[in-house]
Design a binder for this molecule. Structure first.
Ligand code: ADP
Length: 303
């Protein structure tokens, strides 16, 4: 009997995950064709597979009214350990509180006997990872456009005392208009006050601020600024507190200056959102009015 290809792929992925000690992500067969939210009287039909992370599998889904969403599916079996239950719980609570045009909208959450489902705004154009993979690097004008949108998302989060703690290219989604939607609040934290600090060591190594990696681990919203600095730099391996700009990519002095002031080891000396917005890289150059979809594949003609 010939197995369907999705099945074969899931098996290979499961083997890889076992080898790397990762928690098992739900397989395609374990995600039903119809997902029913009894509380809100909604039914979602599974359409295409969108992707998977360390925790969940995502599908494009359509509700009974024809509206499309992204459904993030987490197997209840993968939540046996308390730390994973707390992670998902934290993600649902924090993401559920967010309402901002630059943040992936969280609509609802429900479960059946096997899985938990998070219904999210669908981001048609994937993430900055796929765009950078296809393009190698973006123009400074595009970077300016995206960093301003990300700062807008951060300002909103930080005003609500939320630290995202996992800003990275793969969590910066692009909607159908090629605008940014920051997603994945799985590692986010709420600060009790402006002075409050968090202690948990978390994040994605290449994007982790030095106060988490090397300091006494206490941190606040400034870790998001560090991660944004890495996003801006779009060049791997910021594990070390020192870094270089790749010679192969010509960068303006303003771009280098801004990155160097965002990647400052001392969080108190690191630029604030307001200061970044005042920086010459943002202020002294033109901002494109929009980014065309062609930018996913190659250098766009910007207006
Ligand atoms: P995890 O919490 O396991 O890391 P993610 O949130 O990263 O899961 O989602 C896994 C993948 O699903 C992403 O890399 C992306 O390809 C896809 N995805 C997640 N959310 C959306 C969305 N809102 N719209 C479109 N695709 C999404």
């Amino acid at each position: 009997i010939k197995k369907p290809t999705t099945n074969v792929r899931a098996t290979t992925q499961q083997r890889k995950r076992q080898a790397s000690n990762r928690i098992p992500v739900v397989t395609d067969e374990e995600v039903p064709v119809t997902m029913i939210d009894t509380e809100h009287n909604a039914t979602y039909t599974k359409l295409q597979y969108l992707g998977e992370g360390g925790f969940a599998r995502c599908y494009r889904v359509r509700d009974q009214d024809g509206k499309v969403y992204a459904a993030k599916v987490v197997a209840i079996a993968s939540l046996q350990q308390e730390k994973y239950r707390l992670k998902l719980h934290g993600e649902i609570i924090t993401h559920g509180l967010m309402k901002h045009p630059r943040i992936v909208q969280f609509y609802s959450c429900f479960e059946d006997d096997n899985n938990v489902y998070l219904i999210l705004e669908l981001c048609e154009n994937k993430t900055l990872v796929e765009m950078i993979k296809a393009r190698r690097n973006l123009t400074e004008a595009e970077t300016r456009y995206y960093i301003i949108q990300l700062l807008d998302a951060c300002r909103y989060m930080h005003e609500q005392h939320i630290v995202h703690r996992d800003i990275k290219l793969s969590n910066v989604f692009l909607d159908h208009k090629m605008n940014v939607k920051l997603g994945d609040f799985g590692l986010s934290a709420t600060l009790k006050s402006a002075e409050d600090r968090k202690r948990t060591i978390c994040g994605t190594p290449n994007y982790m601020a030095p106060e988490i990696l090397f300091g006494n681990h206490t941190h606040n919203q400034k870790v998001d600024i560090w991660a944004l600095g890495v996003v801006l730099r779009i060049h791997n391996n910021s594990r070390k507190p020192t870094y270089t700009f790749p010679a192969s990519i010509p960068l303006s002095p303003e771009a280098k200056d801004l990155v160097s002031k965002m990647l400052v080891n001392d969080p108190d000396a690191r630029l604030s959102i307001f200061e970044i917005l005042q920086h010459p890289f943002i202020q002294h150059h033109e901002l494109p009015s929009r980014i065309p979809r062609s930018a996913l594949q190659g250098r766009p003609v910007l207006q």
